[in-house]
Design a protein around this ligand. Sequence first.
Ligand SMILES: [Zn+2]
Length: 132
Amino acid sequence: MTDTAEDYNCPDCGSPLIPFEDGSCAGSKCTTCDWAVATTNHNTPAFDKTLYTVWPESPTLDRSHLIAKLAVALALKTREAMELVDSGSPIAQSMEAWKVIQLSNTLSLKGISIRVEPTFPWPLAMPNHPDK
Ligand SMILES: [Zn+2]
């Protein structure tokens, strides 16, 4: 994985900058101090009118864990989560890009990855896998 954000440093304190996006604003902010620059950026998920379909995908989780975590993350009954997983059904359809990102963030906190079609052009949160 490359991280181009590390090519840039804060002009005030020299700390690494991280990219951020907030609706139609996008920019960079300092990881240490308050320095930030933002511009209206039309090249953001907020302007992506493609509708996506999302499936849960967690090769590192076994079925029962995936069902349990999905149920918690999506506020589903266990039986509903089980049906989703066992049928291979998408957890979301006709979803806008920014909502896919929100969903990805929510699920990644539970260790669940997602598969998105068509190909998703925006960065998605990656689940934190506990070290083995
Ligand atoms: Zn700084």
